[in-house]
Design a protein around this ligand. Structure first.
Ligand code: GLU
Length: 388
């Protein structure tokens, strides 16, 4: 796979656009109009098979791939033969209930033909914003990836109401990417990137191949928020780019109107890259170190201090004291036996459970708590260790 984006319209670039081969975990977002025909509601089977061919190649080369797929409402509308035009909320919820079954079956079949297992996740806004639910969704995604399955994710449109929904899968995909610590988000769309003015109105509009920082000028190119065209349009894509790049994930907007769209990005098709200055783990660690109020203290023994300083996770066995009333997912301060702060992290157990398993081997967690939680009290990805 080679360097993407044609250089003929390149802006002056101080950083080069990356190559797809640089990424280890990718989220691919597929819009409804790519999957489902706007007239008859038929699935674009041949195109989907070509996309899945690309996904399978990445998967075989040991990359983790997650799919965020729209299309539930569009498919449901077709199955139910609903008339064209905007749908009321309850109508789109019910259409999604019908269409999601077809959508999941489709993904499961096409991935299955490539020998890949699909796992479906339907997420609501709360699943990505409330820390406890966020951790649950994240562990499910982690487990699916560990089993080499491809998570296929959509918003749970059947229960999402206007106030509590994303409504567009661009921002949902960006949250999924940050939740999964993906290093690349690919938005496949019916446009091939960001233009400096609306290409439909201006024949001389130029594609912007690389965005290093999302400035007010870049936002202005995307058009105003809340306009009829902005839903799922460029505005939500720029919002997604902000979410992704702040969390250490690169993003690319590319055309899904061609066969093998991921191969096309890799071999130089037109597209727009949004670069992040960070990587997902450092961005996450900055967030843990700086912006969370600690809810408790874990005091650990000297062996655990040494383990943490060498980059390992904190196991329950190394914890000697638990203070504070915290819930799973809260930030806690970690202190050494001398009372000095060693670091901070997100704890994987509520305070009551942490008290019960402290000092005990991880293998005993199930028999002590009656359920099998994580082997780590604080996973190393959720841990920021200060200098000794
Ligand atoms: N979640 C919606 C669906 O599957 C689509 C949202 C979007 O198109 O961005 O139908």
């Amino acid at each position: 796979m080679v360097v993407p984006c044609r250089s003929d319209e390149a802006l002056s670039m101080s950083r080069k656009a990356p190559s797809l081969a640089d990424f280890r975990r990718l989220v691919v977002k597929v819009g409804s109009s790519l999957l489902v025909d706007s007239d008859g509601g038929r699935l674009h089977d041949a195109w989907l098979a070509s996309l899945v061919g690309d996904i399978a190649k990445l998967h075989r080369s040991k990359r983790d791939v997650l799919v965020v797929s729209s299309g539930a409402i569009a498919l449901g509308r077709a199955v139910l033969k609903l008339p064209p035009g905007p749908l009321k909320l309850e109508d789109s919820q019910a259409a999604a209930a019908v269409g999601q079954i077809a959508l999941a079956r489709t993904w499961s079949e096409v991935l299955g033909r490539e020998g890949i297992t699909a796992g479906q996740l339907l997420l609501t806004l709360q699943d990505t914003e409330e820390r406890r639910r966020y951790l649950n969704a994240r562990s499910t995604i982690d487990k699916l990836l560990e089993w080499r399955a491809v998570p296929v994710i959509n918003e749970n449109d059947t229960v999402a109401t206007n106030e509590i929904r994303y409504g567009d899968n661009d921002r949902l995909a960006a949250r999924v990417a940050t939740m999964a610590s993906a290093d690349l988000l690919v938005l496949l769309s019916d446009v091939d990137g960001l233009y400096d003015s609306p290409p439909t109105e201006n024949a001389t509009a130029k594609l912007v191949p690389l965005v290093e920082y999302i400035t007010a000028g870049i936002e202005a190119m995307a058009g105003a928020a809340g306009s009829e065209l902005s839903r799922g349009g460029m505005h939500t894509k720029i919002e997604a780019a902000k979410m992704a790049t702040q969390a250490g994930t690169h993003m690319v907007i590319a055309s899904g109107r061609i066969a093998h769209p991921l191969e096309a990005i890799a071999s130089g098709a037109r597209c727009t890259w949004f670069l992040t200055p960070a990587n997902p783990i450092t961005a996450r660690k900055k967030w843990i170190a700086g912006s969370l109020e600690p809810k408790g203290i874990l005091t650990i023994d000297a062996g655990a201090v040494a383990a943490l300083r060498s980059g390992k996770s904190l196991l329950p066995a190394g914890v000697i004291q638990v203070d504070g009333s915290f819930a799973r997912g809260d930030a806690v301060v970690i202190r050494g036996p001398d009372g000095l702060e060693v670091g901070r992290g997100l704890v994987a157990y509520d305070a009551q459970d942490a008290l019960k398993i402290k000092g005990r081997p991880s293998a005993d967690i199930v028999s002590i708590l009656g359920f099998g939680g994580r082997a780590e009290m604080v996973h190393r990805d959720d841990l920021v260790v200060g200098r000794a």
